[in-house]
Design a protein around this ligand. Sequence first.
Ligand SMILES: [Zn+2]
Length: 224
Amino acid sequence: MFPLTEENKHVAQLLFSTGSCPRCIFRFCGVDLHAPYKLSYKELLYELQKFLETEKGELILEVPNPPPKKIRLQELEDRINNLSQNGEGRVSSTEDGNIASKTSNLNVCNVCLGILQEFCEKEFIKKVCQKVEASGFEFTNLVFSVSFPPQLSVREHAAWLLVKQEMGKQNLSLGRNDIVQLKEAYKWITHPLFSEELGVPVDGKTCNMPRLFQASQKQTVSIH
Ligand SMILES: [Zn+2]
């Protein structure tokens, strides 16, 4: 199910070494299958690590400047385990309804700022759905709207330039439409989760509302 191939390896290494998350790496490698994005973050990180692993059992992170550094696999596995444990603790520690992250150990993606990390995982969606259900409102469908911070487009463009440059070295080109848009990937992951959790169809429209999830019949549920 892991969608990257040998020809994606340079780009994947480059993005991973600069702090991009597995799902953003998929996007910039043009993976347009929905299924790989829906795997859990822990699973994705593990699969990516295996994919980038060298024969010597080391993960070489090629950073043009500063010089390349190596991370031992054991250290990386420890980081993943810590992330998993912290992830579980994070969700259970938000009993006051505040969905904000309470961990500082999560390596937040430098491109999506965590939107394709914890903010699309099942546990987070469950929290949002609890907010919707707690409203006591009856509805038969859901319009899900989300807007992202403006700085994301700057980060997106910077990452695109970086990948374009890397692909240029391999005599490959990268157009703006060759990558999967953040909001598309987010929809692929979250809409089925919302439908499953709430038992109603989810409308895929997007509009510019500041982090509001809007239910039908004009009721809004804000998340913070
Ligand atoms: Zn990301």
